[in-house]
Design a protein around this ligand. Structure first.
Ligand SMILES: NC(=O)c1ccc[n+]([C@@H]2O[C@H](COP(=O)([O-])OP(=O)(O)OC[C@H]3O[C@@H](n4cnc5c(N)ncnc54)[C@H](OP(=O)(O)O)[C@@H]3O)[C@@H](O)[C@H]2O)c1
Length: 212
């Protein structure tokens, strides 16, 4: 299996890269500074920016599967997913690559919070989504919209707050909305669940929420 990974140098992306290498996949990544990536010796690295169609095309060429854990590092407006995801979709369509599994976020859909207690929903919608999470959520909504409008076999895995803590004994999955009182998930469990989707059919052309 040839896999392209966007955002491989990030916290979740590195876990995805490790899991792909353990599975014996051939991995190509797009990174702005691959030399600083600890797994650089085990992958083919294209140096470039995810907002550059040429670099995106080069990354996807010959792939069977695309994974993305792309995200802006700052909370300011960067339009990263707004720009990069349509380019990834275009390159995949040109090269007839069908399967993409991405990290989204629990705020990516207007019905995301339907299972939350009213006070939590109010705080998220009236405070967090208007302040600290304004641009990350705007970007994730754009990613969801772009993938939904595509003809690709996409899966968007939508977590609440990501943690670097150890996996717990179990986590919840929901196709309709963030599980009630779901506040976090480890990046390790997120990456494990994304890897399960490589050969799974249940969540194709859908978003799916994951939370402890
Ligand atoms: N943090 C949370 O609590 C949380 C909650 C829900 C959802 N999410 C979503 O989860 C995803 C992953 O989060 P994370 O914390 O694991 O990510 P992260 O550590 O911030 O990594 C982001 C990755 O995106 C890459 N990237 C950023 N701009 C780029 C560009 N212009 N061109 C190429 N690559 C670029 C970074 O590369 P560099 O190494 O070059 O910077 C890095 O590899 C994000 O989409 C985020 O929105 C996060």
């Amino acid at each position: 299996m040839n896999v392209s990974i966007f955002g491989a140098t990030g916290a979740t992306g590195k876990l995805l890269t490790e899991r792909c290498l353990s599975a014996g996949y051939t991995v190509r990544i797009l990174a702005r500074d691959p030399r600083s990536f600890s797994l650089a010796g085990y992958v083919e690295a294209i140096t470039g920016d995810a907002r550059d169609l040429t670099a995106v095309r080069q990354t996807i060429r010959g792939s069977d599967l695309v994974l993305s854990a792309l995200g802006a590092k700052s909370w300011k407006r960067e339009d990263l997913l707004e720009t990069a995801v349509p380019l990834i979709i275009t390159a995949m369509q040109e090269q007839k690559v069908r399967r993409i599994i991405v990290v989204g976020s629990a705020g990516a859909v207007s019905t995301s919070l339907d299972k939350q207690p009213a006070y939590r929903r109010w705080i998220a919608e009236n405070i967090l989504y208007k302040t600290a999470l304004k641009w990350p959520v705007t970007s994730q909504r754009a990613q969801y919209k772009a993938l939904s409008a595509s003809n690709l076999d996409w899966t968007m895995v939508m977590p609440p707050m990501l943690r670097d803590s150890a996996p717990r004994r179990s986590y919840r999955i929901d196709g309709e909305a963030l599980p009630r009182n779901g506040v976090g998930i480890s990046r390790a469990e997120l990456a494990d669940f994304m890897m399960l989707q490589v050969n799974g059919a249940e969540w194709v052309r859908r978003g799916v929420y994951i939370s402890w």
